[in-house]
Design a protein around this ligand. Structure first.
Ligand code: MTE
Ligand code: MO
Length: 320
């Protein structure tokens, strides 16, 4: 148990969302329908085309009280300016450059070993799911960490929409690939596009969350708009940003970081303080905005929800 005084950079959990102001979902859908009419009448272009009209009315979403934290939320100003998004460069301060990301229109392809292959727009996807807010820890393999209020929906809802066939053992996810838009993708030594993968059991676990917003607002571009993953029991690189493709497959996907550094990064990448990275210890972490290091937790504190997924797999490199 961690007992300490609140610092100026820390927010109380209650600051994340004013629960009283979230919209009635039916009213939002009505408003979205009107938005469509306005667009058809020639109101496209400019700021409207960049903003998802449907998305704008959905935040903040109601918080799911099942997901609580043992630490303060990271200040929004920090979480939105200290980012890993190699498509826009390998430094942490890519938030301005990431504004080049064009998020509308945004098509999402669901393909592979499924009964219902489909391509749908991000707005259409939003109409088919119920958004909720969850407070999650996030632990980067580089040993910094944060705690943020994500808005999104369980990845399982998307898996159910696809109806995978029995041969589908894995879900492979892919980020956009457009070096003209994302300057980092001009760095030819990386295996673009960014790819990540989960087993179907992991993808349908309750913790696996598809994120469309954070801090009670639509997701900012630098955090992976319009759609990114949050799998908080794994190192942060598994939480792929700006997803354009979900492919169900019998083959274990080879991820971006596995392809980049196979000696250091594997498929599972579950957080474990007892298993060091090849170049540094994973025993402790630095909360964004704080100077002190705190102990890292097995499965980042989510063992109760996910440890059963790895029974019988002890011989696999589960923690890299
Ligand atoms: N497409 C893509 N997804 C990505 C990354 C990336 O570089 N490109 N970085 C990963 C890493 S290492 C981390 S720690 C998180 C960072 O998310 P944040 O910037 O929202 O904190 O995104 C992950 N998802
Ligand atoms: Mo990371």
């Amino acid at each position: 148990m961690l007992i300490r005084h609140r610092r100026s950079w820390e927010l109380p959990e209650s600051a994340a969302t004013e629960e009283s102001v979230f919209w009635n979902r039916r009213r939002v859908l009505q408003a979205a329908g009107m938005g469509g009419v306005l667009l058809a009448g020639g109101w496209s272009g400019g700021a409207l085309a960049q903003e998802s009209i449907l998305g704008s009315g959905l935040y903040p979403a109601e918080r799911n009280p099942a997901y609580t934290l043992d630490r303060p939320l990271t200040a929004e100003a920090l979480a939105t300016t200290y980012n890993n998004f190699f498509e826009f460069g390998s430094q942490k301060n890519i938030h301005k450059r990431a504004q080049d990301l064009v998020v509308s229109p945004w098509d999402i392809q669901i393909t592979g070993d499924v009964e219902i292959p489909q391509t749908l727009s991000f707005d259409d996807l939003l109409k088919r799911v119920d958004l909720e807010e969850r407070l999650y820890r996030h632990r980067c393999v580089e040993t910094w960490s944060m705690a943020v209020p994500w808005t999104g929906f369980p990845l399982k809802a998307l898996v159910d929409m696809a109806a995978p066939l029995s041969g589908a053992k894995y879900l492979r996810m892919e980020t956009f690939h457009d070096p003209e838009m994302a300057v980092g993708q001009k760095a030819g030594w990386y295996p673009w596009p960014y790819v990540e993968g989960l087993t179907i059991e992991e993808a349908t676990n309750e913790m696996a969350f598809l994120v469309t917003g954070v801090y009670g607002k639509p997701l900012p571009k630098q955090m992976g708009a319009p759609l990114r993953l949050a799998v908080p029991w794994k190192y942060g690189f598994k939480s792929i940003k700006s997803i354009v493709k979900f492919e169900f497959t019998s083959q274990r996907p080879r991820s971006f970081w596995q392809a980049t550094g196979p000696r250091e990064y594997g498929f599972w990448a579950n957080v474990n303080p007892a298993v060091p990275h090849r170049r540094w210890s994973q025993a402790t972490e630095k909360l964004l905005g704080s100077d002190e290091r705190i102990p890292t937790l097995l499965y980042n504190g989510y063992a109760e929800q996910v440890a059963h997924l790895y029974k019988g797999l002890e011989k696999e490199p589960l923690y890299m």
